[in-house]
Design a binder for this molecule. Structure first.
Ligand code: CMC
Length: 428
């Protein structure tokens, strides 16, 4: 076995450089010494979309995209989905270990005591138009929360950080539910801390003053598992935004407003909404082959398919497919499931998708479940955001504590004009 180094030879100069290799990674800054002229800037790497660049060292989430493995802090996602609950998983992601009984109970108690939002924020949410997208409302509400909790900017203080973690996890379902109630023109339901985290969310969405109102336990459990499956996914687009904004020492509300905005896009968390719109457009299972041909002609992408990291079946999609049938047991089936199953079957047996390792991802079946549960399409990404919140917070916390982290500031390859003189407008 040789040394853990690379020797890089610069064929322009014939000079060789020995570069250390740690965790199968070279430090990009070690390439800077490679230059022809000492006055030159030095060599960089070019990696649009960060397809092969590790931006941090992390101990939170492990993914093996070829084998379809996902683990939070070492625990397989399948075990957490079956045996844990969302708040326990949130604790695990943020603090690194599963809580013991007492710590877990205190954690749940504290999160559930941070669910009320400031009345000013509630009033501000009423200023949105009735048809405002709830993701826009969520993103804005996070920015407003930054103005209400001013001490949050003291991000170096772990106690201050922990307080914001409780606030964000506690208040986010309230913001989401208030956005929904505003949308349907109903008065908001204030949080009920006697209920579990997920039950309380469903209660705030649904309650209409009925006597003996109860949250359906099957639906609450299904949503709780969906939250677990969405809770973290290492350095995805929105987590990277959370870290990027956090790297300037901005407060976590501002950072999370940015992360939520990144999630909103149809190539990320907005895909669940796009999947349902796509299935509705297809309309019936017999139109699937024609639709697949149009995807192959590159008229559009198959939403809910493909992933930067998974080159096999997304383990979350497998679990979600099972949950769909639990939910249908309560709500009745969603006719879109037949189209989705047919689409999956057609794509998985087609060379175009096989050659490119395109499999269903987490968003392929989740929207169908949300729709069966009665959520309007534009709430789907909001639900993803509620699930992803502990992941964003864990990534942010880890980054703030990491002495190797610096402000995010990528380089560029400048290909624009060289220096030229300003031309007055009358001479152009
Ligand atoms: N339908 C058809 N072709 C696709 C798809 C798709 N959904 N995804 C990728 N491809 C093709 C793409 O055209 C390219 O083909 P070629 O090499 O011939 O040009 C090849 O597969 C590689 O695609 P890529 O764009 O280089 O892959 P990427 O890793 O940059 O993109 C992705 C990953 C998730 C953005 C992409 O697969 C996609 O747009 N999927 C649809 C949107 C979606 O479902 N997003 C949710 C992702 S999972 C949850 C989350 O992250 O929020």
């Amino acid at each position: 076995m040789g040394k853990d180094t690379f020797t890089i030879t610069d064929n322009r100069t014939g000079k060789s450089y020995e570069v250390p290799l740690e965790n199968e990674t070279i430090n990009a800054l070690d390439l800077r010494q490679i230059k022809v002229d000492p006055e030159e800037f030095g060599t960089m790497t070019y990696d649009p979309g960060y397809g092969n660049t590790a931006s941090c060292k992390s101990t939170i989430t492990y993914i093996d995209g070829d084998k379809g493995i996902l683990r939070y802090r070492g625990y397989p996602i399948e075990q957490l989905a079956e045996k844990s609950n969302f708040l326990e998983v949130a604790y695990l992601l943020i603090y690194g270990e599963l809580p013991d009984k007492e710590t877990g109970e205190q954690w749940e108690y504290k999160v559930n005591r941070h669910t009320y939002i400031h009345e000013d924020l509630r009033r501000m949410m009423h200023m949105f138009r009735y048809d405002a997208h709830p993701m826009g409302m969520l993103i804005s509400a996070l920015a407003v929360m930054s103005t209400l909790h001013k001490e949050a900017k003291d991000v170096e203080d772990p106690e201050v950080r922990n307080k914001q973690i409780l606030r964000i996890l506690g208040k986010l379902p309230t913001v989401a539910a208030f956005a929904y109630r505003h949308r349907i023109g109903r008065p908001v339901n204030y949080p009920n801390s006697d209920l579990s985290y997920t039950e309380n969310f469903l209660y705030m969405l649904d309650y209409m003053g009925q006597h003996n109102y109860t949250v359906n336990p099957v639906l609450a459990k299904a949503l709780d598992v969906l939250f677990i499956l969405h809770a973290d996914h290492e350095q995805n687009c929105s987590a990277s935004v959370m870290r990027s904004i956090g790297s300037s020492n901005a407060d976590p509300y501002s950072a999370m407003a940015g992360a939520a905005a990144a999630l909103f896009g149809p190539r990320h968390g907005g895909a669940n909404e796009s999947v349902v719109r796509m299935l509705e457009e297809i309309g019936s299972a017999d139109r699937v082959p024609e639709y697949v041909e149009r995807v192959k002609r590159r008229e559009f992408r198959l939403m809910g398919f493909g992933h930067r990291v998974y080159k096999s079946y997304d383990p979350r999609a497998k679990l979600i497919k099972k949950i769909a049938y639990d939910v249908f047991g309560v709500t009745g089936s969603n006719p879109l499931i037949d189209i989705a199953l047919k689409l999956e079957e057609a794509a998985l047996s087609d060379d175009f998708f096989i050659e490119r390792n395109l499999y269903p991802n987490v968003d392929f079946y989740s929207g169908i479940i949300y729709q069966a549960m009665g959520f309007p399409t534009d709430m789907f990404t909001v639900i993803f955001a509620l699930g992803r919140a502990p992941g964003w917070l864990a990534q942010w916390n880890e980054q703030v504590e990491d002495p190797e982290q610096r402000i995010a500031r990528p380089r560029q390859v400048y290909l624009g004009p060289g220096e030229r003189n300003y031309v007055p407008v009358e001479q152009r």
